[in-house]
Design a protein around this ligand. Sequence first.
Ligand code: UT7
Length: 328
Amino acid sequence: MIQPASMIIGTGSCAPDKVLTNSDLEKMVDTSDEWIKERTGIERRHILETEKTNSDLGACAAERAIEDAGLKAKDIDCILVATITPDSFFPSTACGVQAKIGAKDAAAMDVSAACSGFLYGMTLADALIRSGQYRNVLVIGSEVLSRFTDWEDRTTCVLFGDGAGAAVMTESDGTRGLLSSFIKSDGRLGRLLYLPGGGSTHPATHETVDQHLHTIRMEGREVFKHAVRTMVDAAVHGLEKGEVHSDDIDLLITHQANMRIIDAVRERLKLPEEKVFINLQEFGNTSAASIPLALDQARREGRIRPGDKVLLVAFGGGFTWASGVVQF
Ligand code: UT7
């Protein structure tokens, strides 16, 4: 029996009020509600108001998670923000959240692992708690993908949305917590899903703007194949490491990118449909925010009960992939 070192004691999430539906997108690019629903499962996505930033969204989710944990912001020792759409290159979005929630003197840093970022963050939080470095670690996944989307490219603009989710992790009480986590990468495949411009490879110039280099590019079909294969691999290894059989999983929460990917992963793990939580119809693909957003919604809807074992699985740009088995 695995003895967990850390556990989740509170979750929170935040989505912008503004909604962009598939029929809104029909007016912007050559697409249809029917194509988007059939090929992805997405119906709507939320878009952050122009005057707000990633750290506003992250701070909103963080405050809800801290309240749910029964703590105050001053109790947080370390803030990890998983994101690929930061407020700016530096300072980190985590520092923005630290200031906005008033987590005085907390350590703060961003984690860049695309859609796997939240599980990377949970793995780091677990290690920090396990080592005795920190007591309460706030892990946030927060994204404003709408600001890095090419709204003229129908192959990507229908997919993404904005949102944030957060979890407060602390030392395990010995009965519940993170039973295993598994994180991997393969940087050779980075160019299948990336944002070319703005870094030191292609610093911003008029030309990079004209060439649409500051928005997300993806080879969808290739990414799809890798997503299914690596998410199944991550799930199998995570279960093995946590000494948990797939029959004992009460709920599967995968990264919410495509209904067909989620179905393929579920089928390969031989889990029934009722054991899978899905909210991508409402939010689209929110990258690092997708798992914590779904986890918080599942908890608030009573889909996760004390004692339940939840399998979290993600895949994203990098490529990165990850899993976590959490006993609540
Ligand atoms: O979050 C990180 C991980 N990301 C993912 O996991 C995403 C993985 N990939 C996918 O989810 C899917 O590949 C997509 C949803 C992106 C695309 O679905 P697909 O079934 O792989 O479509 P496709 O790219 O093979 O395109 C099929 C057809 C093409 O037309 P032709 O060449 O067959 O005539 C596309 O031009 O669909 C066309 N198409 C569209 N049609 C209407 C592509 N995008 C659209 C669109 N509306 N928005």
